[in-house]
Design a protein. Structure first.
Ligand code: C2O
Ligand code: CU
Length: 489
């Protein structure tokens, strides 16, 4: 049977994985009868991996330093026109004129030097979300004076870990980020998983007012729930299309840069192989049909292009209720995936790579409590999001010591989800609601469902100083849900 032989030649491995895949491919092949007329490219014809093409609409940062181990860039915060869709421009705050800001790419061990100039009419800073920088490079209100209008600051630090990170201001976050200040950083190791192409996908949304401009921060309800904007802007654009070729393996590095929208992503007909999280590679890949990406969160995914040439698929945000009537209640289109007419490539073998993640030894450590709560006063139209009963900057600082394990019980006393983010250090989730977490990973952002309790552990390496942690729903940061962590030597 011709069709059958054809399918067979496409499949280079006979694991369960590839057999399962045939269930997707077989009906499509039969339907379209492509086998007869479309020869399958032999493996040697596979184009080499295209690592530089990670853009999908992103601009690459210009490295002005010839030293291959130093990435040195100029970064300016300035007002600009953000073209969210062809011909449709909104006033924005930009890094170097674009939204998102330039994609910074580097290798583990490189030094990153950023000559930052603030051309805005208000103060700002840059926080390097997830990067293990020294405390005085963290860009938080605890670690540096905001850069005044017309002012400059030089950020300089080493990049110790491979992964996807991002940068954004830590002043008036909900507004400065909503109007465009954010960008991505990719740090690669010498041992990256094989993929045909890599994409950085920055998820965001905006709400436009009647004047067609990004609406100013809203009312009590919007403060309370955070802004779920009406328009999906992926890598800064509405209606972004992601090109794919049948048989390809794409690597998607996803970050949720939105202020409050939760994304439960699914690509119908396809599966995601999760190979990494905030702090880099996982000990073992896990394959899922959908994936919750909360604000601030990152995922590293392999996506095998199992649909036939010339078809389309839609990356979809599935409904997810995040408490108090907030969330997404009907599936939303996020990003169109368009298959080219090119003949299918043979599939790559299932990914098996991994890195060991040692468990943090937390025996004998007394946990500290971090209680997250909210108070709404309808009569005065005020709302406070609290940590340990107080709003930042009045929350008593937590303390930790370099080299000593910290265990925190993070307790959500409210009805709504709150994604907690810790600056500077990766943690492991030990348990949720007392149930030990099955898989180990390094995180800097983890979601807490309403009334959920998370036990996390981390061990500060030698970067003493004042750090911060907070909910990454930016409206909640603005209204108090942030606190300080003093790390002493
Ligand atoms: Cu992206 Cu203080 O965080
Ligand atoms: Cu929150």
């Amino acid at each position: 049977m011709a069709t059958r032989r054809c399918v067979h030649t496409r499949s280079r491995v006979t694991s369960m994985h590839s057999i399962r895949r045939l269930f997707w491919i077989l009906p499509a092949v039969l339907l379209l009868g492509r086998c007869g007329d479309a020869p399958i490219a032999p493996p040697s014809a596979r184009p080499g991996p295209d690592l530089a093409a990670s853009g999908l609409g992103l601009t690459n940062a210009t490295d002005i330093n010839p030293d291959p181990r130093v990435v040195e860039i100029n970064l300016e915060a300035r007002m600009g026109d953000w073209e969210i869709s062809p011909g449709r421009r909104v006033r924005a705050m930009t890094y170097n004129g674009g939204v998102p800001g330039p994609l910074i790419e580097a290798r583990v061990g490189d030094t990153l030097v950023v000559h930052f100039t603030n051309h805005l009419t208000e103060p700002t800073t840059i926080h390097w979300h997830g990067l293990r920088v020294p405390a005085d490079m963290d860009g938080s209100p605890r670690s540096q004076q905001p850069v005044a209008p017309g002012g400059t600051f030089e950020y300089r630090f080493a990049l110790p870990d491979a992964g996807l990170y991002w940068y954004h201001p830590h002043v008036d976050e909900a507004r400065q980020m909503e109007v465009g200040l954010y960008g991505a950083i990719v740090v690669r190791s010498d041992d990256e998983p094989r993929a045909d192409i890599e994409r950085v996908i920055m998820l965001d949304d905006v709400t436009l007012g009647e004047d067609g401009q990004i609406a100013p921060p809203g009312d009590l309800l919007e403060i309370h729930s955070g802004r779920d904007g009406g328009l999906q802007v992926i890598n800064g654009h509405i209606g972004t299309v992601l090109p794919m070729r049948a048989g390809q393996r794409q690597r998607w590095r996803v970050v949720n840069a939105g202020s409050a929208r939760f994304y439960r992503l699914s690509l119908p007909g396809h599966r995601f192989t999760v190979i990494g999280t905030d702090g880099g590679a996982l000990p073992a890949p896990r394959t899922v049909d959908d994936l919750l990406v909360v604000p601030g969160d990152r995922y590293d995914l392999l996506v095998d292009a199992v649909a036939p040439p010339s078809t389309r698929a839609m990356l979809t945000n599935l409904p997810y209720a995040r408490g108090h009537g907030a969330g997404v209640f009907a599936a939303e289109d996020v990003l169109a995936v368009a298959y080219s007419a090119d003949p299918a490539l043979p599939f790559l073998a299932p990914f098996t790579g991994a890195r060991a993640i040692e468990a943090i030894d937390s025996a004998g450590v007394t946990p500290s409590e971090v209680r997250m709560s909210e108070v709404v006063d309808e009569s005065t139209q005020t709302i406070r999001f609290l940590i340990n009963g107080a709003a930042w900057p009045d929350v008593p600082a937590l303390h930790a010591t370099v080299g000593h394990t910290e265990v925190w019980d993070v307790i959500n006393e409210s009805e709504m989800d709150h994604p907690i983010h810790l600056h500077g250090f990766f943690f492991q989730v030990l348990a949720r609601n007392g149930v030990p977490e099955a898989a180990r990973s390094w995180e800097d952002t983890a979601n807490l469902r309403g009334h959920e309790r998370l036990r996390i552990a981390f061990r500060p390496d030698d970067r003493p100083g004042m750090w911060m942690f907070h909910c990454h729903i930016l409206e909640h940061v603005d209204h108090g849900m942030m606190a300080d962590l003093m790390v002493d030597r």
